[in-house]
Design a protein around this ligand. Structure first.
Ligand code: NDP
Ligand code: MG
Length: 378
């Protein structure tokens, strides 16, 4: 990065990734200028962020809410997010909203030739083929924020010589619990992630291992890697963030103490690297022990469901994403049990008529229809 400040907007600045991104930017304030910040319903936090970082725009989820700040224009809803992503003043946009709302703004940023730091994995699960193709055509970089994909991005020198990707999984809160414990888990138990403090949707996905399934699909699109060359290994300490194996058998892993600051910082400053929010210096002897085990596909059937959806391709992953997201929301509202997230998603997948190469309109239609049909099952 030259001395010119990099202009950045953060979609979802009030969330777990968004707030940590602002901590990174605060440390690197001579390197960044914020164009826009956006929140959903946490107007109070967005206001505090806006007063501190003085963006030109703020965007709030709902126009029933009010946020009036001198010298800062307020935008609303999904249109507001798309307006931010149409503003060519941006050098990079961090897409850190959760769920399906990430897709349209991401497409807008691509249309406008703006690089993207992508945290929102659902975008690639819904429409990875189209998003990656459009980004390639437009010459837009999509830099992963997800820690596993950031790790792989850091390890890869020559993608054509990669034999396989090895994605690590912490195993979530039910790793050492019985299947019965998991099936009947309360919302509080499912949200008690042992390693990461994240938004509720991804935390529930981590408890069912659907998060790892979504990450396999994300990795397939980001690195153009066939599914039989993407492996998952459970690694409870979350020290190895992921690895790649080259054709000659060499394995390169990215290692570090668990912290989302580092991948966020890497993505928004790429291709440069700065000290910024430096994590504590790493000591192998302090860590002493690293464990690895194969995932338990019986206890966590969502992982195989996602693998299969990815292999089927086309609209299968759009359906998977929509059904899972609606089921997670229902679980968070105590309408269904944790295990029902799987059974419901599996049911929706079983009846879905896959379109091999869906258009964007078809993707939005499938997303909408799947959500309606999924909601009928609660
Ligand atoms: P959070 O739930 O913490 O934050 C989500 C953000 O999106 C908040 O700013 C929220 O606003 C905003 N938002 C939610 N709904 C709407 C809406 N309808 N309109 C506008 N804004 C909305 O999620 P995370 O930060 O944990 O995750 C964000 C994304 O990053 C997800 O896709 C997740 O999978 C991915 N990710 C997250 C990781 C993590 O460590 N947290 C790690 C890897 C990937 P508000 O809170 O104001 O309502
Ligand atoms: Mg991850």
């Amino acid at each position: 990065m030259n001395t010119k400040k990099r202009k950045i907007s953060i979609l979802g600045s009030t969330g777990s990734i968004g707030t940590q991104a602002l901590e990174v930017i605060e440390k690197l304030k001579d390197k960044f200028e914020i164009v826009a910040l956006s929140g959903g319903s946490n107007i109070k936090l967005l206001e505090q962020q806006a007063l501190k970082f003085r963006p030109k725009y703020v965007c709030i989820g709902n126009n029933d809410d009010k946020l009036e700040l001198a010298g800062i224009k307020t935008l609303y809803g999904n249109e507001g997010l798309e307006e931010i992503c149409s503003n060519k003043e941006n050098d990079i946009i961090l897409v850190a909203v959760s769920g399906k709302i990430g897709l349209k703004p991401t497409l807008k940023a691509i249309e406008n030739g703006i690089d993207i730091a992508l945290a929102n994995k659902e975008t690639l699960v819904m429409a990875g083929d189209i998003v990656m193709q459009k980004a390639k055509t437009a010459g837009v970089n999509i830099i992963p924020v997800d820690s596993e994909h950031c790790a792989i991005h850091q390890c890869i020198k020559d993608i054509s010589k990669v034999e396989k990707l090895i994605i690590t999984a912490s195993g979530g809160p039910f790793l050492n619990k019985t299947t019965e414990d998991m099936k009947n888990a309360t919302v509080t138990e499912a949200l008690a992630h042992p390693r990461w403090n994240m938004g509720k949707k991804i935390t529930v996905d981590s408890a069912t291992l659907m998060n790892k399934g979504l990450e396999i699909i994300e990795a397939h699109h980001l690195f153009n890697m066939p599914y039989d060359k993407i492996e998952v290994v459970v690694h409870p300490q979350s020290i190895i963030h992921s690895a790649i194996e080259y054709v000659d058998g060499s394995v390169i892993a990215q290692i570090g103490l668990p912290s989302m600051h580092i991948p966020i910082q890497y993505a928004i400053t790429y291709p440069k690297r700065f000290e910024g929010i430096k994590s504590k210096s790493f000591s192998f002897s302090e860590i002493a022990r690293l464990d690895f085990l194969a995932p338990d596909y019986k206890k966590f059937p969502s992982l195989e469901l996602a693998y299969n959806a990815g292999k089927q391709g086309g609209s299968a992953t759009t359906c998977l994403n929509a059904a899972n997201e609606e089921a997670v929301f229902a679980f968070l509202k105590n309408k269904i049990r944790l295990y029902d997230i799987y059974t419901i998603t599996e049911k929706m997948m079983a009846t879905h008529q896959i379109i091999k190469n869906p258009t964007l309109d078809e993707i939005f239609e499938i997303d909408k229809e799947t959500r309606i049909k999924t909601q009928e099952l609660f």
